[in-house]
Every structure is written in structure tokens, then in C-alpha cells.
Design a protein around this ligand. Structure first.
Ligand code: GLU
Length: 529
């Protein structure tokens, strides 16, 4: 076979795979798929109708019913998205399972009404404190939103992430960090303090974000610099243009003594790049804080960071992978104000919050999450935002440093429905039948139930007994598994051992008091036994 061509056999296999896919979703056996059916199947996988990739697909599909040939054309022209969505091989295979859990967490968090909205400017003080939105987007662009997800809020300190990435992209890590450190400050976000070199401690606090702003296209007029930032947010969010809250900007500017004080302190210590206009830099910083997004958009921005800088909805690379790596590292150590250490300890994920109640959480290589709810705790983080994060790590295997024991007790969103349970039983039964005691031990230590049965009711003890694996039988009995589980043919491990003539195993399994019940024996002997 020459490269780039397919053999007839290979081509036939591909067509058969498409046929299987088509038939699996052709519920009414009409040999056609309608647009509504397609949208429904994609929707169940988390691919929404307003997804830019889907718009192209639906336009190509048109309104007419699609036959098999049309379906194949569709699949071949859209980079596997339809195929992967229908086969359940996107980043979160069981997307409806995930969203059901997220909705449950949302409902449980909704009654939480502690905390206060930020009141240092009237625009934030007037926001309805009851509002609450959660939006998530996976690295494959599967999306889910609940609550007030289409209400705009200003990003405030969440802007510090994007400003830092822009500074890195423009100047690289060495030059950028000649102007700003990368240590947690251990102080409040707007504390009037610099590090020993007279530089801001990190880019996630006010002084550091002001410094990032000073590094973004310093040679251009302010309007162009702002356009550059706004366009970057737009690309990160998959194409929707962010808003700008002018009233927030004006208020921020009028109540900015502390930020001006930080600016003057940095100027005094020669922290800024030469030629920096302090007033303009501060105005630029206030403008960046006043950019408005809704939760859906911020969820996609978070997903772009989770995907290493490539927007899942457009496939566009917005930031380099190394830029994103640095940003996520600093979000992990410094993104949650004075709660950053505690957040890193309990949640472990890179996140950034803002005084508007916005919270952007990144689960690298999996998904981005935005939680927005305006009531803040005394450290300035959204109360419901923190609560949602707690629930997230209690439910799913997302803490990056989770112990095996902890992981075993959580759901893995990367797996198919029941995949873990099925795989672990298969692995256990296989190891038992092979007499691979080390593997049985390893599975036990990772929390697998040693008494678990497969679809036929066969357990590790059945398999070990049937194959005469004395060590494994002894080990399992020592772990107090049920000694006489009954498979779907009525067989127990003792019957397996007796039938196969494994006397030592049979002795181990034989009850001291003879059993009354004699199970039926009509299971055909396994081939080759
Ligand atoms: N605009 C705010 C300030 O600089 C940002 C506050 C925040 O979200 O942390 O004070």
C-alpha cells in the first residue's frame, strides 16, 4: 500500500464502521437520520447547536433527511467530531452522567446565602446577590450551563490571568519576570507591599496585574492595546465578543487610591519597563477589569486554558502551551487571594477569582469550569464558587494529587459509564484465573471489591477454583469474600474445583457443615477446561 491510499479491504472496514454507527442511531430503522435526530445525539454528548463546528456541520447537512451516503460525507468532512460524539469517545464519554452530578451540586449549593457582595463601588454593590451560574466546557468542546449563565458580569481579577499570558506571549518568561515575581505574597491582593527586589510578588495580585498591563503592547495607543486584550478574550471564548462595563471602569478609576499607591511604589523602585506611563497603565488595568463576559464564555476561556491554549470550539491556538503552563502554575499558587494555599491543599486545581463573584477553574487536559455568584467570603472569593469546587473534588477524580484510595472513591469523568466497574472485575477475574496473586493484591489495594461478580455471576473465587490456583483461593478466603457465591448456572467455586479435580482447593472451599442446598448443574463445561 502506498501512503495516502487505502486498500479495498481497509476501505471496506471503514465503511462497515460507519454503517455500524449509522445503524446504531437509526432508531426507527428508516435508513435516514433527520437534522433533529443528529442535533439530539450530538446534544446528548454535550455538543451544542450553537457550537461553531456544529453550525458548519448542520449547514452541510441541510434540512433534508440524511441517508447513509450523506452521513458518511458528513463524518469524513468534520474531523471526527460527529463520529467521536456518537461513539462516546469525547473527553467526557458519559457527559449526561457528569451534568447530572453538576446539576445536583448546583441545587445543593443554591440555598447557600452567606457572604456579602463587594461594595467598594456602587456598580458591584447593586448586583443581585442571588444570581448563580455554572458553566463548563471540556477540551473537546462539550458544554453544559445551569442557572444565570447568560447574565454578564465583569471579570475583575480574573483578567489578571489573560493579562499575564499576553505579557508572556509578547516578552517571554525571562523578561516578564524581570518585572514581576512568582511567589505567593502571603498578603492581601491589594496590600501595599512589594518583594525584596521592589517588584510585585506575582501577576495574580493587583500590583502584578498592573505590571502585566504595562507590558502589553506598550508602544501602541491605549485604544489599540485595549482592542488587543478584548480580541484575545474573544478568541479564548470561542468567538463571542466580550462586553465592557463603562460604569465599572469609571468607578474603579475614581476609587483607585490603593492601586495608584501601588503604581507609585513600583515606579519608585524602577519596576516598570522604561517609558511606562503610569496613569495610562492604571487606566488600562481598570479597563481590563471591566471587561464583561457571561458564565458560558468564561467556561470556554477556562477550557481553552485546560486544552493548553487551543480553543476547543474553534481549534485556534490562542496562547502557547508554555504560556498556559506558567499561568496555570501561578493560578495554583496565587489565584485565590489569601485562600490560595488552602485552595491548593483541598482542591488542588488552578483557579482565579474576582470580586464580581467570578471564579474560573481549570482541570488540565479535561475541562474548564466557571462559577459565578456575587456573594463573597471575607477573603474575597465567591462563597458558592468555593462550595462548588469542594463538591467537584468530593465527587470526581479531579484533585491532581489525589491518593489512590481517594480516587477509588470518586467518579472518573474520563471514563465511560460503568467502565471502571467492568474493567476492574474483568481484571480481577483474569488475574485470579491466571494465579497472578500480585495482580490480585494490587487490585485489592486500589479498592476493587474482591467479591465482585461479572455479568454471569462469576467471581474471582470461581475462576481461581476452576483453575486450581490454590494461593489465590487462600488469599481470597483470607479476605473474607463469600465462600459460596452462586453463578448464573447455579455453580459455586467448590463445584468448579471438584469438577476440575483440584482437591486441595476443594478442601479449602468445603464447608465444615455440609450445605443443604444443592445447586443445579447445567452449565456447559468451559471449552478447553
Ligand atoms: N478592580 C479591582 C481592584 O483592582 C480588582 C479586584 C479583584 O477582583 O480582585 O481593586
Amino acid at each position: 500500500m502506498t501512503s495516502g491510499t487505502r486498500t479495498t479491504g481497509e476501505h471496506g472496514a471503514v465503511t462497515a464502521a460507519y454503517r455500524a454507527l449509522f445503524d446504531a442511531f437509526d432508531d426507527d430503522r428508516s435508513q435516514t437520520l433527520s437534522r433533529a435526530e443528529l442535533v439530539g445525539h450530538l446534544g446528548a454528548a454535550g455538543i451544542k447547536e450553537d457550537d461553531p463546528r456544529i453550525r458548519a456541520i448542520l449547514d452541510a447537512a441541510g434540512e433534508a433527511e440524511m441517508d447513509f451516503a450523506g452521513f458518511v460525507t458528513l463524518i469524513q468532512h468534520h474531523s471526527g467530531l460527529v463520529q467521536r460524539a456518537m461513539q462516546g469517545t469525547l473527553a467526557v464519554p458519559d457527559f449526561t452522567g457528569l451534568t447530572a452530578e453538576v446539576d445536583r451540586m448546583y441545587r445543593e449549593t443554591l440555598p447557600v446565602r452567606t457572604g456579602q457582595v463587594a461594595d467598594y463601588i456602587p456598580q458591584l454593590a447593586r448586583v443581585d446577590p442571588e444570581q448563580f451560574a455554572v458553566s463548563l466546557c471540556t477540551v473537546d468542546g462539550q458544554r453544559h450551563d445551569i442557572g444565570d449563565f447568560d447574565t454578564a458580569f465583569c471579570v475583575q481579577s480574573v483578567s489578571k490571568t489573560v493579562s499575564y499570558c499576553l505579557a508572556l506571549e509578547e516578552h517571554g518568561v525571562d523578561l516578564t519576570h524581570r518585572h514581576v515575581g512568582r511567589e505567593p505574597s502571603g498578603q492581601s491582593f491589594n496590600e501595599l507591599t512589594l518583594n525584596r527586589q521592589g517588584r510585585p510578588h506575582n501577576p495574580m495580585i493587583n500590583a502584578g496585574a498592573i505590571m502585566s498591563c504595562s507590558l502589553i503592547r506598550p508602544g501602541l495607543p491605549l485604544a489599540d492595546r485595549f482592542d488587543h486584550v478584548a480580541q484575545t478574550w474573544q478568541r479564548l471564548a470561542g468567538g463571542r465578543r466580550p462586553g465592557f462595563n463603562n460604569a465599572v471602569y469609571l468607578s474603579e478609576r475614581d476609587t483607585a487610591d490603593r492601586n495608584f499607591a501601588l503604581g507609585y511604589a513600583m515606579r519608585e523602585s524602577n519596576a516598570f519597563p522604561p517609558g511606562t506611563d503610569l496613569r495610562e497603565t492604571l487606566e488600562f488595568y481598570f479597563q481590563c477589569c471591566s471587561i464583561e463576559l457571561d458564565a458560558r464564555m468564561l467556561g470556554v476561556v477556562a477550557a481553552t486554558l485546560a486544552a493548553g491554549g487551543v480553543c476547543p470550539l474553534t481549534g485556534e491556538r490562542v496562547f502557547g502551551e508554555t504560556t498556559v503552563q506558567h499561568c496555570l502554575s501561578l493560578m495554583t499558587s496565587c489565584g485565590m487571594y489569601d485562600f490560595s494555599g488552602e485552595f491548593a491543599f483541598t482542591i488542588g486545581l488552578p483557579a482565579k477569582s474576582g470580586v464580581s463573584g467570578a471564579l474560573m477553574v481549570v482541570i488540565p487536559q479535561l475541562m474548564g469550569v466557571c462559577v459565578w455568584s456575587p456573594r463573597l467570603d471575607e477573603l474575597g472569593n465567591s462563597v458558592r464558587g468555593i462550595e462548588m469546587c469542594r463538591k467537584l473534588v468530593e465527587t470526581f477524580q479531579v484533585h491532581p494529587h489525589a491518593a489512590q484510595e481517594t480516587r477509588a472513591a470518586r467518579k472518573d469523568p474520563r471514563r465511560r459509564r460503568n467502565q471502571s466497574a467492568v474493567e476492574s472485575v474483568v481484571a480481577l477475574c483474569w488475574a485470579a484465573s491466571q494465579g497472578d496473586l500480585d495482580e490480585v493484591r494490587r487490585l485489592a489495594s486500589s479498592g476493587v471489591d474482591l467479591g465482585a461478580a461479572d455479568y454471569d455471576g462469576r467471581t474471582a473465587l470461581h475462576l481461581a477454583a476452576s483453575e486450581g490456583r490454590t494461593d489465590v483461593v487462600r488469599y481470597l478466603l483470607g479476605r473474607n469474600v463469600d465462600t459460596a457465591p452462586v453463578d448464573r448456572w447455579g455453580g459455586t467455586p467448590l463445584h468448579d474445583a471438584e469438577r476440575e479435580g483440584h482437591a486441595t482447593v476443594a478442601d479449602l472451599l468445603r464447608p465444615t457443615v455440609p450445605r443443604q442446598k444443592q445447586p443445579r448443574r447445567n452449565r456447559p463445561a468451559p471449552a478447553g477446561d
